[in-house]
Design a protein around this ligand. Structure first.
Ligand SMILES: [Zn+2]
Length: 305
């Protein structure tokens, strides 16, 4: 297993960081907590180019993604008069485009080597080619899939699975792949919270809807049962490993511990390893101060896979 990281993943916002509960520098904290371990880290060389983003977005989104007001709304912060679009682009959108590169690099390497690749950022599962919301501007999984098809890493008939264990339903991925029967979705989510769009829920092949307040034991049991339904020989799996399932997280509504998150990732990745399916993990959401520790614990638990 290899970890994908770049210092540029971190959102260095100064005082503006207090406008959102997201710990923008958690990626650096994960690396710091992994210090001393012999886990290999690889680095995406540069943010995915605008050309690649534009190839993915529809015509309207190509324009909307350049609107400061709409991008700030997507990031769930109030409009700030003294902040320019250039500042947002440099401090938030560029790290996000670097995260997209990380997911694509991970997918390419996983397909080439069969190794599990773990991108600390990415997993922007509320974004699609036609929309941005919920702190997700660019759908890294959708963009990566498009580029992998284009480069021939994935063929027209290759089947791909997205396992989404972020607390929120992955409506952006469900929408993006609504007409693609070769892309399947397994989603473990809190059905009591945002987003609740039924038409994207109906798209999920292996749904695991859970109620607010669910603890680790029930969560892991239901996840394990869903994983056992995987019978297709997938060419690639993307995992959206959000840590907003932690009990301390104010948005996710679940009650998992750091140890539960480590167990969750171990269960998923061990299963995929046994099935010999190339896998790339992406970060997803995670809005608490425990998020970095949970990710580091999970990486350590899976380091021998
Ligand atoms: Zn989430």
């Amino acid at each position: 297993m290899k970890v994908i990281y770049e210092p540029g993943f971190n959102y260095q916002l100064g005082l503006l960081k207090y406008l959102h509960p997201f710990d923008g520098e958690k990626f650096a904290k994960v690396i710091s907590e992994l210090g001393g371990s012999d886990i290999e880290i690889i680095y995406p060389s540069e943010p995915v180019p605008t050309k690649v983003i534009n190839e993915y977005l529809n015509e309207l989104m190509r324009k909307l993604v350049l609107s400061k007001t709409l991008v700030l709304r997507t990031l769930e912060v109030p409009s700030i008069p003294f902040v320019s679009f250039g500042f947002i682009d440099k401090k938030i959108l560029t790290p996000m485009r670097l995260a997209v590169s990380g997911t694509l690099l991970g997918a390419e390497n996983a397909l080439k080597s069969g190794e599990i690749m773990w991108n600390l950022s990415g997993g922007f599962h509320h974004a699609s080619y036609a929309n941005m919301e919920g702190f997700c501007v660019y759908n890294d999984v959708g963009i990566s899939y498009q580029q992998l098809r284009k480069s021939g890493h994935l063929s027209e008939t290759d089947k791909v699975l997205i396992i989404d264990v972020d607390a929120h339903h992955g409506n952006g991925n469900a929408f993006s792949f609504k007409d693609n029967e070769n892309v399947h979705l397994l989603d473990v989510y809190n059905e009591d919270i945002y987003p609740t769009s039924q038409y994207t829920r109906n798209r999920v092949n292996f749904p695991v809807p859970l109620k607010s307040g669910v603890e680790g034991c029930e969560y892991l049991e239901k996840l394990t049962q869903a994983l056992e339904l995987i019978t297709v020989n997938y060419a690639l799996v993307f995992v959206v490993a959000g840590t907003d399932v932690l009990a301390v997280d104010k948005l996710g509504g679940f009650k998992l511990t750091v140890e539960d998150v480590a167990k969750r990732e171990k269960i998923i990745l061990s299963h995929l390893k046994t099935l010999e399916i190339p896998t790339v993990v992406t970060g997803g959401g995670g809005y608490s101060k425990q998020s970095a520790s949970a990710i580091a614990a999970a990486i350590k638990a899976c380091s021998t896979l």
